[in-house]
Design a protein around this ligand. Structure first.
Ligand SMILES: C[S@@+](CC[C@H](N)C(=O)[O-])C[C@H]1O[C@@H](n2cnc3c(N)ncnc32)[C@H](O)[C@@H]1O
Length: 197
């Protein structure tokens, strides 16, 4: 392994970089768009705040979104220099308030709570925050306040475990896309299972 690759591996670990495969993102987008028109609206402005990608991989969410909806208006942020971001910045420090109708990503797990809170603050009123998270994210005392203040509008659970590695291996964790709509705090979340056999 070259020293460059060694540095990249360390960076990946440090920034919790994993590549989300296209299939579950496309499945999610198609299901979600049966209920909300936001991706189909030509005026929608989208932010992927932790877009990922590297020399070997495209940024997963932007590619999937453009695959379905064409050349949408989208900004890409990521903290890594070798990412596919337009803005190589720490999202938590970025000035992105009230600019976007949708903020979508698979966030780094350790920063997910802070990223969700900032995205909910940043997104325009009525806009959507969409995050790929572990299904058991709903549990745990640490997030009680999040659910009290911001209950997701939808949760799309992927019944098939998602592999985040090039060798297709999975761990024993179920994932879901959680969707919040700013200004809307329902008593409970609508849940749908995306069935992939
Ligand atoms: C789990 S990976 C997901 C990458 C991509 N969204 C995907 O789904 O394939 C998390 C990404 O967040 C980036 N990241 C970590 N901390 C960040 C921060 N503070 N601001 C912006 N991006 C960050 C990492 O570099 C990495 O690309």
């Amino acid at each position: 392994m070259s020293s460059t690759n060694r540095t990249n591996s360390a960076d990946r670990h440090k920034y919790d970089y994993y590549v989300t495969p296209q299939k579950p993102i496309l499945q999610f987008l198609n299901c979600f768009s049966k209920y909300e028109n936001v991706f189909k609206n030509p005026n929608t402005k989208i932010l992927d705040c932790c877009c990922g990608g590297d020399e070997l991989h495209e940024a997963s969410y932007p590619v999937a979104i453009r695959n379905i909806y064409g050349n949408v208006d989208m900004d890409l942020y990521d903290i890594r220099e070798d990412s596919k971001a337009d803005f190589k910045e720490d999202y938590l420090l970025a000035d992105t308030k009230d600019r976007y109708d949708v903020i979508i990503t698979n966030p780094p797990f350790d920063l997910s709570y802070d990223i969700i809170k900032k995205a909910l603050d940043d997104v325009k009123m009525g806009g959507f925050v969409i995050m790929l998270l572990r299904l058991n994210y709903f549990g745990g005392k640490v997030r009680s306040n999040l659910w009290k203040e911001h209950m997701p509008k939808y949760c799309f659970v992927h019944n098939k475990r998602i592999s985040f590695t090039d060798n297709g291996k999975t761990d024993s964790i179920e994932y879901c896309h959680m969707i919040w709509q700013k200004g809307y705090n329902p008593e409970f979340t609508d849940l749908q299972v995306i069935i992939d056999e």
